[in-house]
Design a protein around this ligand. Sequence first.
Ligand code: DC
Length: 223
Amino acid sequence: MKINIAVDGPSAAGKSTISKIVCNTLNYVHLDTGAMYRCTAYKALKQGISLEDEEAVCKMLEDTEIVLTPDGKVFLDQEDVSLAIREDAVSMAASNVSKLPKVREDLVKRQQEMAKDKGFVMDGRDIGTVVLKDAELKIYLTASVEARALRRYKQNQEQGVTLQDIHVIEKEIAERDYQDMHREHSPLRQAEDAVVIDSSDMTIDEVVAEILRLVDQVIEANQ
Ligand code: DC
């Protein structure tokens, strides 16, 4: 039996890293919804479209293809943007476009279509509360701002993304947390039926083991 797993939480909490390992272990498919907001922001920036112009961004989306491949690559209109969308400038821009309700509507529809069947681990901000309300397992993965900034710094270093001072990253994470949690439409919040995992003092392996334990529990309860 396969289930769907929703993983929500603030930025740089390790959602993607953890989701990928869980997927490899269970032979599930990972869907990184943040990448879709990042693609939207990236394309709008490139085309000089204002990130506040909801109509223009939506019009642009009508003509936009976003493909998330099973091996974790992101294609925007057939171009591999997997690395380009990770730049820090795109992070804040993605948070800005994610405030627009019509943009959310468009991307949520695509996400629900992608995860029509079971066997998906979808990560984002509104997966347990909006996109996959009926997911059998909902995780709210969080960590302190300091722990998340350090992880993001190391990840940028490994991926060859432009390096910023760690204190700048900390400030940006705190700003983005505030913006994602206080926006009017589908703000980041913990679903009532989500299991909270604070990974500040946990290793990746420990978080993965905890999620796999929860998956077993859910599957057993549903059999
Ligand atoms: O997960 P991420 O950092 O790649 O996401 C980039 C931005 O996109 C994030 O600041 C908020 C937004 N986002 C969202 O509003 N809803 C989602 N399901 C995923 C991301």
